[in-house]
Write a protein that binds this ligand. Structure first.
Ligand SMILES: [Zn+2]
Length: 351
């Protein structure tokens, strides 16, 4: 009930902001005027002949040079190049600048644009933000964020869970960094060792049955029914053993009531010279993405982290900063979003 109420509240806040916004920017033409004015202030409304003696009708997307009569589309060279729904795009920026995180579906309803347009607005804004992240920003592998990766993308291996995309990334990273900590190996000696490395106290306190269940877990998801077959124990006690192990973080639940052993993630020590965000920041990002976007794909993960950064770091992203970035950044191109793939090492600008 409480959750539902929050959702309604969030939606009404977004709606109120939208109503405020469309009073200032009532149409795509008004949006064009606003962009023109901002570019003018930046000194970028100049004909290619160098003249600033220009004519433009209100609402128009081009100006005509009085000197050489050339017609120039002024959004060319900005992120707004070729965008038809300028109002929606400015609305997305307005939302971001007012710290309103909203899903593409919510935005499409409020702005009355197609879902694809809404998604495009929101994720392109995120791409702009992600593009400004400094090289020195703390990095994370992404395994920490497995619980929010449950959307498929073009990068998801066929017939596998979306999280498999993360596994692929980690395998490649392991090769790249020449470390060998990704997956627990099949041999029990190795399993024992890697588990002990992280949680020997926890392991000592497990019951014999819990230890047995843990020993049976691996990379392949196993259901309670499977465990019944393997141990000849009743489903009830196996289920509670599994829940306990999951609570300890030793195994994790997968769709369909199945479990796998928790993968030992790459630790900071394996990637020298990089800083990692604190657990607090990671948890805040997870909670934020869950609340506003539910699940995401590994492919787009960096974009959602960028949105989180944007909302969490209002000092860097003070009012007008995103709009300015849209004007200053080159156009992304139609396929930019489709082809976007989050980097192996995700950047988290807040530490
Ligand atoms: Zn000219």
């Amino acid at each position: 009930m409480v959750k539902r109420k929050n959702k309604i509240d969030k939606y009404s806040v977004a709606k109120a902001h939208w109503n405020l916004f469309i009073r200032k920017v009532p149409s795509d033409e008004a949006a064009a005027d606003r962009i023109f004015k901002a570019l003018e202030e930046k000194g970028r409304i100049v004909c290619c002949c160098g003249s600033i003696n220009l004519n433009r009708n209100a609402g128009s997307r081009f100006f005509i040079c009085q000197l050489c009569k050339m017609r120039t589309f002024f959004t060319v060279g900005t992120t707004f190049e070729g965008v038809s729904r300028l109002q929606a795009w400015l609305g997305a920026i307005h939302f971001a600048e007012n710290n309103i995180a909203i899903s593409a579906l919510g935005f499409s309803k409020i702005a009355k644009v197609a879902f694809a347009t809404a998604r495009n607005c929101l994720l392109r804004a995120a791409m702009i933000v992600a593009g400004t992240i400094d090289e020195s920003a703390p990095v994370l592998i992404g395994g920490e964020l497995l619980q929010i990766i449950f959307r498929r993308s073009r990068e998801t291996p066929p017939r596998l869970h979306p999280q498999a995309e993360q596994d692929e990334v980690e395998k490649e990273l392991a090769e790249q960094f020449n470390v060998n900590v990704i997956f627990d190996n099949d041999t029990s000696a190795n399993q024992e060792k890697s588990s002990c490395d992280t949680s020997s106290d926890v392991l000592d306190n497990l019951s014999p049955l819990q230890k047995q269940v843990l020993g049976l877990m691996g990379d392949t998801p196993i259901s309670i029914d499977d465990l019944c077959d393997m141990t000849s124990q009743p489903a009830g006690i196996l289920g509670s053993a599994a829940v306990m192990l999951a609570l300890e973080g030793l195994i994790q639940d997968m769709p369909g009531g199945r479990y796998i052993k928790t993968v030992q993630k790459l630790q900071n020590k394996n990637l020298r010279d990089v800083t990692c965000p604190t657990a607090e920041i990671i948890n805040a990002a997870i909670a934020f993405i869950r609340e506003h976007f539910q699940g995401v794909s590994r492919k787009c993960l960096q974009l959602y982290l960028a949105i989180f950064w944007y909302c969490a770091d209002r000092k860097t992203w003070k009012e007008g900063a995103l709009f300015s970035a849209f004007l200053d950044q080159p156009p992304l191109g139609r396929s930019a979003l489709i082809n976007y793939v989050s980097p192996h090492l995700l950047k988290m600008p807040i530490s």
